[in-house]
Design a protein around this ligand. Structure first.
Ligand code: ATP
Ligand code: BTN
Length: 333
């Protein structure tokens, strides 16, 4: 039995799922109408609306419709079409201050978790310590997952690293050549930053109540779009793999992987898997780094992380120093 679909967004995602499955082939209006449980005229209306979002369809006499064009930018219907039918809510904005901020507003308003907030652009995208995250509307991803876990707050550092490692793994599979993780929250190709993560939590009585995990990922922005101060330090997936990527398919894969990574983290911290991924994707291992903590700086060789995700720094003076993500920043040597 086809699942009953009622909302326009569900109907359109279902129609697109059929077109994606047909892989460029024709589908009859009658078949489409049957899948979504509406009239053929209504199907035509939905296709017409999707055309306004950048999709193209051709109608072929007696054979039906064919999908001939799809939007390159973020498309709610296309992201949903790439997600399983029972995926949690995905909310889309063409522009928002910050998806982390919007996720927090939705949590405060009582929205059911988990959910994911996307924006095509952000006007106040932020990184750690209130730094700016440049968020142009040029084919990048800005998204935030919202959860209500019941976790001790000290596990949060490890959570960001776990999510980052899962993303490195996914991007390696998706693009063939993935970034590495620069402790604690950056995704890098060599010296260039392709993405950043920002985990924010509301903590009551020693337990994490609301948890927002934000990801900014540079996907298809042309190099010329970066402000001069980051032009030599930023990169995009497209630049690194030598071709533009399918933004909407990637967005859906990130949602799926992010949700499953969260579930696995919550069930029991997957320490062995984390250690294995860490060995693969840690870009600081064995490198000389300087850690800035308030007015103090410490130089040494990065030696991985401890069980809580703190960076181990070998300063050559005996036991390694442990640094927690929320307190320090790394300075380039
Ligand atoms: P870094 O190591 O990159 O200097 P950090 O990790 O110590 O930064 P964060 O607050 O995590 O600091 O990241 C914010 C920094 O990321 C900004 O100060 C800017 O240099 C850089 N940045 C901002 N937007 C982008 C972007 N879209 N792509 C790549 N880098 C960016
Ligand atoms: C960093 O490198 O410091 C982290 C940057 C995190 C940016 C993302 S973009 C989506 C979400 N919304 C924000 O305002 N920040 C995160």
């Amino acid at each position: 039995m086809p699942r009953a679909v009622h909302h326009a967004a569900d109907i359109e995602a279902t129609l697109l799922r059929e077109f994606l499955a047909a892989d460029g082939g024709c589908i009859s209006g009658a078949a489409l109408a049957k899948v979504v449980g509406v009239s053929r005229v209504a199907v035509w209306g939905h296709l017409h609306r999707l055309e306004a979002e950048g999709f193209g369809f051709t109608a072929e006499h007696s054979r039906g419709y064919r999908l001939t064009a799809r939007p390159a930018g973020l498309s709610p219907a296309l992201v949903r079409a790439h997600l399983p039918l029972d995926a949690p809510a995905t909310l889309f904005h063409s522009s928002v201050d910050s998806t982390n901020e919007e996720a927090e507003r939705q949590l405060a308003a009582g929205r059911q978790v988990p959910f994911v907030v996307f924006a095509s652009a952000q006007t106040r995208g932020r990184g750690r310590f209130g730094r700016v995250w440049h968020s142009p509307a040029l084919g990048n991803l800005y998204l935030s997952f919202a959860f209500r876990p019941d976790l001790p707050p000290e596990r949060m550092h490890l959570f960001t690293l776990w999510m980052g490692l899962n993303l490195c793994d996914l991007l390696t599979a998706h693009a063939g050549h993935g970034p590495g993780l620069k402790w604690p929250n950056d995704l890098h190709y060599g010296e260039r930053k392709v993405g950043g993560m920002l985990t924010e939590a509301r903590i009551d009585a020693d337990h994490t109540r609301d948890l927002v995990f934000g990801l900014g990922l540079n996907v298809n922005t042309p190099d010329s779009a970066w402000p001069p101060e980051i032009a030599s330090r930023a990169t995009t997936l497209a630049r690194e793999v030598g071709r533009p990527l399918d933004l909407n398919r990637l967005a859906a894969e990130i949602v799926t992987r992010g949700l499953s990574a969260y579930d696995r983290f919550l069930a029991h911290p997957p320490l062995d898997e984390l250690a294995a991924l860490w060995r693969h994707h840690d870009i600081l291992a064995g490198r000389r780094v300087t850690v800035v903590q308030g007015k103090d700086t410490h130089s040494g060789i990065a030696r991985g992380i401890d069980a809580e995700g703190a960076l181990l720094l070998d300063t050559g003076a005996g036991r390694p120093l442990h640094f927690r993500a929320g307190e320090v920043t790394l300075r380039k040597e």
